[in-house]
Design a protein around this ligand. Sequence first.
Ligand code: PEP
Ligand code: MN
Length: 341
Amino acid sequence: MIIILSHDATETNKKNIIDRLRNQGYTVDVSEGKERTLIGAIGSNVENKNEVMAQLMSMSFVERVVPILRPYKMVSKELRERSIVKVNDDITIGGKEIVIMAGPCAVEGDEQILEAAHMLKSAGVKILRAGAYKPRTSPYSFQGFEEKGLKMLDRARKETGMAIVTEVMESRDVKKVAKFSDILQIGTRNMQNFNLLKECGKAGKPVMLKRGFAATIEEWLLAAEYIMKAGNPQVLLCERGIRTFETYTRNTLDLNAVAAAKTLSHLPVVVDPSHGTGRWELVTPMAKAGVAAGADALMIEVHPRPEEALSDGQQTLNLKHFKQLKREVRLVAQAVGRKLT
Ligand code: PEP
Ligand code: MN
């Protein structure tokens, strides 16, 4: 439920109500609006909720109490207007600025990842993406360097100061991946791996949850709810395309889902037009469309030489095309009141 305090509620009133709710078993989320304080209280295990609501409504400094109707309580926009996810000390996702995460699909070796990192850093990118654990459709395809790949990413992080986003595929690897990265990525194939979601909820690092390629928007938001319920409010929702009847493109980037997620949830939304299209020449147009639809960040596959990439080369931009993407996206960002540096 959401408890809306009246104008004249004092700090002591606020503290008392928060303590009381916590003692009753609620998880409490406070959001200070311009005029009023809103207290979100989620109590999946609390009995006699109706009585609690009635008691709250009888308090003089409570203006209104409204139930949260959506099944995803903590993720819902009913709880708060917007969340800003902080990555390290210098990056915020969900504010005015459009943030770009870029890099190769996979870590392919020390030299490749360092070259990519330096190249992208000088193109203004603050977050480097690359997979050390690769969920590949075929067991004969390159599977990633796993722990060695994490160490290569760590070196790139230390040399460039860039933040790292990389995929974690198994619950038992969460702590290890969290140590070498700044954002944990949950891939499309693992969106409903509930144990992984819960473990990432305890990781103390932001989590980027990619939408399952056959998941509804509600299932995606409920998967994010698992992470938040386990104690991690730092969640990014990433639309990366869904499976449809169309075969010309690898997936169908669902821009409806981007706009819908922004209306249903307070969490920042990331768009991945690389996996969303599977074709490099479509990446820039769909990145622009994603920003126009309300995305807060983009994830773009970029490689120093896409023709040599060990995975996803056909959807990967080279530096020249990436710079062009930035120029074009910047104009769209400005048109919708956002900023791209
Ligand atoms: C990736 O980002 O490299 C990746 C494997 O993404 P997805 O899970 O969306 O396929
Ligand atoms: Mn990829």
